[in-house]
Design a protein around this ligand. Structure first.
Ligand SMILES: [Zn+2]
Length: 465
């Protein structure tokens, strides 16, 4: 038994090496990146569907998946793909999620000789839109499955793969799709990859994501601007009303002032988990150490706490100011929040807070606004422990285990609609220029993540042999 394991792991490493040396892995990445699946642009239906039917389909076939493309439950939103590789009813099932859409190309700003939809390897980095977010990441997981199957002929678990094409536009229809296809997507655990590692050479596991609620605030006093000489001092200034109101939401260092906007979930256990992570301040010289919640460490602020931001603000015509009191002022705001925040109370409590301070003229509005729920898996979950122990064995070092990603993901689709344990293993790093020109995947990260995932799948399957 022991000999067979050793033999399998030697064969697995050889197979992975072959995927690297033969160019098989990089060719697949190039092929996927070459499809300009920019979901944020209008009229992309054909290329978004092609990614499912022509882009990824042949690889799924090779792995032995049965696959089907489904219409999005929301009209005109992109289709979704569900693939299933069934080994045995008695085996556990792992669901893997990925998104095949990318943000728009941003043609301006790529280094000389680079193009968003053509992979170029330069100085150990593979450039191209989607190499990090998310084509490279779901490709790694699929290639890892393939390597295990090539060597062992079986996985030791059933696997389902869910691919959406609208993540960059807020995953339209994903929640409803998961609800409607609960049986099709039934699994024991979600293991998926998106976002960055904390440190390029250390595997990161995160157990959920922060939520995000975007909303607008406006003060709308009159249909047009009025001369500031004739009327200044006589009529209320909407920009002053709005900024005064905004100034009551945090103090001067951004500490939240509305009681229910402050989470109740930063328990000693969560703190202990966060304390093991590398210091954010030594890692990111960009951060302002005197900003945010005073009594928290930078990591606690970003992984264990809530933060408010004013994303955009407008009054008058900033490009060409005139001597007038403008008629209205608007701000787009966002609360990022962790579990332990009452989502349904965020806006009612804001209303109450504003009214209490005499800002009844400040209007809260929410149209087409982003709303991601916060999620966080229990670190003591058996699947979490199995995954972490395999990754630590594979990497030869402790992983960075985060209670949740600081950013947001459509993870509530899996935790709420499907009721799954969710484990995220990001294969990118913070300097990957995701959502910017020069997006890239370091070759060494790609292949070390591929090896880790292949070992993880092999470990998870060997328990059931
Ligand atoms: Zn993205």
């Amino acid at each position: 038994m022991h000999d067979k394991n050793l033999q399998n792991s030697t064969l697995l490493l050889a197979r992975l090496d072959n995927m690297k040396v033969s160019g098989f892995a990089k060719d697949w990445l190039a092929r996927l990146v070459a499809m300009p699946t920019q979901s944020q642009l209008p009229d992309q239906d054909e290329v978004l569907r092609d990614y499912l039917s022509k882009g990824i389909a042949p690889l799924l076939d090779e792995i032995g998946f049965d696959q089907k493309i489904y219409a999005n439950p929301i009209k005109n939103a992109p289709p979704l793909l569900v693939a299933h590789r069934h080994e045995n009813d008695v085996l556990p099932t792992i669901l893997i999620y990925g998104h095949g859409d990318v943000i728009h190309a941003q043609y301006e700003g790529w280094h000389e000789g680079l193009q968003p939809f053509e992979t170029v390897a330069r100085d150990g980095l593979i450039y191209g839109r989607g190499t990090a977010d998310n084509k490279g990441q779901h490709l790694i997981n699929l290639l890892a499955l393939k390597a295990v199957l090539d060597v062992q002929g079986r996985l030791g678990f059933n696997v389902k793969f869910l691919l959406e094409m609208g993540e960059e536009t807020g995953s339209p229809g994903l929640f409803g799709f998961c609800q409607a296809h609960k049986d099709t997507l039934k699994a024991d655990v979600l293991i998926s990859s998106d976002g960055p590692r904390l440190d390029i050479d250390t595997p990161t596991v995160f157990l959920g994501s922060r939520g995000a609620l975007n909303f607008g605030l406006s003060v709308d006093l009159r249909p047009q601007a009025l001369h500031s000489g004739n009327w200044g001092g006589l009529i209320a200034d909407p920009a002053i009303r709005l900024t005064q109101a905004l100034a009551t939401l945090t103090d001067a260092r951004g500490q939240l002032q509305i009681v229910s906007w402050r989470p109740t979930s930063l328990t000693p256990e969560v703190r202990a988990m966060i304390d093991l992570l590398p210091d954010a301040d030594t890692q990111e010289s960009i951060i302002d150490v005197n900003w945010g919640e005073r009594d928290l460490s930078p990591n606690e602020r970003v992984f264990g706490w809530n933060s408010f931001a004013i994303l955009a603000m407008n009054s008058g015509v900033p490009e060409a100011p005139v001597n007038a009191i403008s008629g209205s002022a608007q701000a787009t705001c966002q609360l990022r929040y962790v579990v332990g925040t009452d989502t349904d109370a965020i806006l009612p409590d804001l209303r109450q807070h504003l009214d209490h301070l005499g800002f009844e003229d400040v209007i809260i509005f929410q149209e087409n606004q982003v709303a991601f729920k916060a999620t966080r898996q229990d670190a003591n979950n058996i699947w979490v422990q199995k995954v972490v122990s395999s990754l630590e064995k594979g990497a030869g070092r402790p992983v960075h285990l985060l209670p949740n990603l600081a950013g947001s993901l459509p993870n509530e689709c899996f935790t709420q609609a499907l009721g799954l344990t969710t484990i995220w293993i990001p294969h990118s790093y913070r300097q990957c220029s995701q959502h910017a020109p020069n997006e890239h995947m370091p070759e060494r990260l790609f292949f070390s993540a591929l090896t880790l995932m292949a070992k993880l799948f092999s470990d998870l399957g060997s328990e059931n042999s």
